[in-house]
Design a protein around this ligand. Structure first.
Ligand code: NI
Length: 135
């Protein structure tokens, strides 16, 4: 039951795209991440994800597929939301998303999500992490 200094927690890791857990709230977790560049398209079937931008600008890309996309990329409707420092965005369950930053900019995020939320949903990628260190 001690206060958690978020700025200080960010100094405890440097690896990008590797979430670190700073608190638990029932079955939810609060995690921090440093990101730069483009992540991996994925979705979470049963979990919403909240992203709170602590530093920099996040471009949250979304896409939904239509019948046409089964055989080509033509059927994807893709758009991006710009999330400024101090703003949050909630990604609803089931919606494909890809967090992105400006080239060369490191963005600091706080995420609030269920503890069992898989990092990249059902997608396996070299960026996929299965363990989030507690700091
Ligand atoms: Ni996600």
């Amino acid at each position: 039951m001690k206060p958690i200094n978020i700025k200080e927690k960010y100094t405890k890791f440097n690896k990008q795209w590797h979430p670190h857990q700073i608190a638990l709230v029932d079955d939810m977790q609060v995690i921090l991440a440093k990101i730069s560049g483009e992540f991996v398209w994925h979705s979470h079937k049963d979990e919403d994800e909240l992203f709170y931008v602590q530093k920099g600008t996040l471009y949250m890309r979304f896409r939904t597929s239509t019948e046409l996309s089964i055989n080509s990329n033509d059927g994807y409707k893709e758009w991006s939301e710009t999330v400024q420092e101090g703003e949050i965005i909630v990604v609803p369950k089931g919606v494909e998303h890809c967090p992105t930053t400006k080239e060369g900019e490191e963005v600091h995020l706080l995420l609030f999500e269920k503890q069992n939320t898989a990092h990249t949903g059902e997608v396996q990628h070299e960026k996929t992490q299965t363990e989030y260190p507690k700091i």
